[in-house]
Design a binder for this molecule. Structure first.
Ligand code: 5AD
Ligand code: SF4
Length: 467
């Protein structure tokens, strides 16, 4: 493991404090705007970037127009996400023309790829610095250098990656928090760019994780999600991920524990047993299937079969009959035949996932699948995607309707994004639950409440607080 030395971290703190002193001399405190694309790991990285920016004296702002520092934290999992990040970055050109002192940085998975790094360097000359995923801890040093007239910088080496402890974090929410347990991925699924952008697997030390979890609990965390590209590969002091989950569940505090993402080839019975035994473990499992075809799974380099996946699901349901299972599905992987796609549909009908995240296959540079000859035409991919969604929507609705009349323990998170008159929260199953917003219910934000479910839709449940 490549743990960043204390000296390096101390150096970043010294630089952060020097920048803060400079910023204090300005008439008004400078502001920082961060735009995040992609997965929860990126959200967690942005919380660390925000923490470092705050330590340097930057206030948060919610529009780029007010900002003195703009960070774009990018994703590379699909081309669409990259094009959006590039387009957003392009819009900042005008802001830089108006305010040449504006600092613009692009970080995350997209710029960790050679060709994107070169593209941003050449075609986006108003971008001041790029920082790769394994180098985020160097953000203070890179920003300070540029602020004092240094050259544009491109620090994107991803091959190794690092584990940096002790950096400041500003979390988006006190009640629902992310804690990374491992970084990187060694699986090299043939479609996936992540092993190239986030480097090799490395776990944080057990003691560092436990200290952070205790800290977030002390600060009011009610839902803790352990994050890793492949949490089942976690290992520290001879202890595996199931041991870590067990140890966290034994900590004092009224919280629930979730984790993602698990790989079906590594998710162990031991982990499922630990979940079943611990009340604090949410009865929810995200287990990406990707395809229901044995042949496609093999070409994807997933190293499990539909049968072994199903036996894992059976074991989970045997131990936890009410467990909610969600999945990721890719449609239109190179060479996927109509029959193979229908095998995926059959798996959906058989397993009855509570929810799926479905993706149209997107060829990624460097990945073996991108070089395969039998790419599926876009119209076939989108037709399959529509059929997949229609089937899953039916299943999700059917499963949600079964919950009407029952009571769910819900963590009330805040005002609903869709309606000012509703509050939203998450049940143990991670399903979205809406309740009417009143002064009484508003007082429950950030805490658990029992909710009687009165109505179900495809993507959400509705209910009322049980007095
Ligand atoms: N195209 C489409 N979907 C992809 N995913 C990963 N790589 C690709 C790709 N090239 C999906 C997988 C993964 C999720 C995070 O993104 O389903 O589980
Ligand atoms: Fe990508 Fe596969 Fe690693 Fe997940 S397990 S990050 S899909 S390579």
């Amino acid at each position: 493991m490549i743990k960043v030395t204390n000296e390096q971290i101390e150096k970043q703190y010294r630089i952060m404090h020097a920048v803060r002193e400079q910023n204090k001399k300005l008439d008004t405190p400078p502001k920082c705007f961060i735009r995040t694309f992609g997965c929860q790991q990126n959200e967690a990285d942005s919380e660390q970037l925000r923490g470092m920016a705050a330590e340097m004296g930057y206030l948060r702002c919610d529009t780029p127009e007010e900002a003195d520092l703009i960070l774009v934290n990018t994703c590379a999992v699909r081309e669409h996400a990259e094009l959006r990040a590039l387009s957003v970055t392009g819009q900042f050109k005008k802001l830089k023309e108006k305010n040449p002192a504006l600092m613009i940085g692009v970080c995350g998975c997209m710029v960790t790829q050679e060709h994107r790094m070169a593209q941003v360097k050449k075609s986006y000359p108003y971008v001041d610095f790029l920082i790769g995923t394994g180098m985020l801890y160097k953000f203070p040093e890179i920003l300070a250098d540029r602020l004092s007239g240094g050259r544009r910088s491109f620090t994107v080496d991803a091959a190794e990656g690092s584990v940096a402890e002790g950096l400041p974090i500003i979390r988006e929410s006190k009640a629902t928090t992310f804690v990374s347990v491992m970084y990187g991925c060694n699986n090299f699924c043939s479609y996936c760019v992540v092993p190239y952008t986030r480097g090799r697997e490395r776990s944080r030390e057990r003691a560092d994780i436990i200290a952070e979890v205790k800290n977030v609990i002390r600060n009011g965390a009610k839902e803790i999600t352990l994050l890793g590209q492949n949490v089942n590969s976690y290992s520290s002091e001879g202890r595996d991920f199931a041991d870590l989950v067990s140890e966290i569940c034994a900590l004092d505090g009224d919280f629930i524990l979730r984790f993602m993402t698990s790989h079906p080839k590594d998710a162990s019975k031991k982990l499922i047993d630990v979940m079943a035994e611990n009340k604090k473990c949410a009865k929810q499992f995200h287990l990406p299937l990707q395809s229901g075809s044995r042949r496609v799974l093999e070409v994807m380099n997933r190293k499990y079969t539909p049968e072994s996946y199903l036996s894992l699901v059976s074991y989970m349901r045997e131990k936890m009959p009410d467990i909610a299972i969600s999945s990721d599905i890719i449609v239109g992987f190179p060479g996927e035949t109509e029959e193979e796609f229908e095998e995926t549909l059959s798996m959906l009908r058989y397993v009855e996932f509570d929810m799926i995240f479905s993706f149209i296959y997107s060829p990624r540079p460097l990945t073996p699948a991108a070089a395969m000859e039998c790419q599926i035409p876009p119209e076939v991919k989108s037709e399959r995607f529509d059929r997949l969604l229609a089937l899953q929507n039916e299943i999700s609705l059917k499963k949600n309707l079964r919950l009407v009349g029952g009571t769910e323990r819900v963590l009330i998170e805040g005002v609903s994004k869709n309606s000012e008159s509703m509050l939203m929260g998450r049940a143990d199953s991670n399903k979205l639950v809406h309740i009417p917003r009143t002064t009484d219910t508003e007082a429950l934000i950030g805490s658990f409440a029992d909710v009687k479910i009165t109505k179900a839709e495809t993507f959400a449940l509705f209910g009322e607080i049980v007095k």
